[in-house]
Design a protein around this ligand. Structure first.
Ligand code: PMP
Length: 367
């Protein structure tokens, strides 16, 4: 047979491309977009001002070390700026960690309903994904430890996890670290950590600071409201920061991203407003969904997963279609192993109420 096209590396065609939350809906009403865990409060005004100021010098390359941003993050959390590596979203950092530490023959573990980018990153590097079962839709430390083999090189956990919104305590994270061999890299994906408690993510950063094999990834896409700019960061042991700096793109953050991120992280009042908003509306949304007879997975993040199992004659797909016809976009989570559930981001008061109202109409059969 004559081969007429380049053949990708083994494993590449096993990758299912990541399907982001939809950004458009049909229907005449203005779209309510609650599909990507973005904040209804938007970014800090200081970040917008910094973005505009950075637009004055678009012909210049950005600072390849993102120094201003790393130093702002280091000041904010009392960290060592040399151990911070920034990325074009935390997605890029997850990919770089896989590229640096995984290859053919290696295994990497993630949890049954873990974030799908881990699988993509593992397969991209020719390594083998190993899926650890969860307990009650929560990360199960014992199941992860039981899945370890001599070939395990990396463990990824999201805490809180997406799309379940579930969380394990810092004590459990420490128990996981203590149970893993020292040569296994533990990646703590803390994209939603600001929604939980400050003590826990600070303890996570402390764990990184005191071990040689644990990394925490963070993002500006969620509570900071800067998803469009693609800004993530990783706190790493020095050797791991060195690896990431060798393999990342030389200018992987744009100048507007660097400036806006640095301004955003200093606006603590804005962060607190976003957290308070979530603290108020997450319980409201959860309780309204339950009143409608839906099964809710208790969440600590800025989104909630709810299930249609047991709701006679109604399905998540049909509900999703109805919501779309009303200008409402939630997230289908079939790719995460939940064919009959939807994930809803906590939105503004009016958006939350519109979703609950539309779901009530769908469930009453008025659809
Ligand atoms: N980790 C988790 C658990 C996420 O849900 C997301 C966003 N969907 C990310 C990482 C990546 O976020 P970003 O690349 O925007 O930083």
């Amino acid at each position: 047979m004559v081969v007429t096209a380049p053949i990708p590396r083994p494993g590449i065609l096993d990758i299912a491309a990541y399907v982001p939350g939809e950004s458009k809906a049909g229907g005449g009403l203005p779209p309510v977009k609650l599909s990507s865990n973005e904040t209804p409060l938007g970014p800090s005004p200081a970040a917008i001002a910094a973005f505009k100021a950075a637009a004055g010098e678009l012909e210049r390359y950005p600072d390849g070390q993102a120094t201003q941003l790393r130093e702002a993050i280091a000041r904010r959390y009392g960290l060592d700026a040399r151990r911070i590596v920034c990325g074009s979203g935390s997605d890029e950092l997850l990919g770089l960690l896989a590229r640096g530490y995984l290859g053919p023959g290696d295994e990497a573990i993630y949890t049954a309903h873990g974030f799908l980018v881990y699988r993509i990153a593992i397969l991209t590097n020719g390594a083998t994904p190993v899926v650890a079962p969860e307990r009650g839709l929560k990360t199960d430390v014992d199941a992860i430890l039981a899945a370890v083999t001599p070939r395990t090189r990396v463990v990824f956990i999201a805490n809180p996890n997406n799309p379940t919104g579930t969380y394990i305590s810092i004590e459990e994270v420490r128990r996981l670290r203590a149970g893993l061999r020292g040569d296994i890299l533990l990646v703590l994906d803390a994209a939603y950590s600001e929604y939980v408690s400050k003590n826990d993510y600070e303890a996570g950063l402390e764990l990184v600071a005191t071990t040689s094999n644990t990394v925490m990834t963070r993002t500006f896409s969620k509570i900071y409201g800067l998803a469009a700019l693609r800004i993530g960061w990783a706190y790493c042991p020095p050797e791991i920061a060195d690896v990431l700096n060798r393999i990342r793109g030389p200018f992987n953050l744009s100048a507007p991203a660097i400036a806006s991120g640095a301004a955003a992280i200093e606006d603590i009042a804005h962060l607190e407003r976003a957290k308070l908003h979530n603290d108020k509306w997450l319980p409201w949304v959860e309780s309204e969904l339950k009143k409608l007879g839906l099964v809710v997975t208790p969440s600590v993040a800025n989104f909630v997963l709810f299930h249609f199992d047991g709701v006679k004659g109604k399905t998540a797909s049909e509900a999703d279609e109805f919501l779309k016809s009303q200008g409402i976009i939630l997230r289908k989570v079939g790719a995460y192993g939940f064919p009959n559930a939807l994930r809803m981001t906590i939105g503004s008061e009016s958006d939350n109420k519109r979703v609950i109202d539309a779901l009530a109409r769908y469930l009453k059969g008025a659809a």
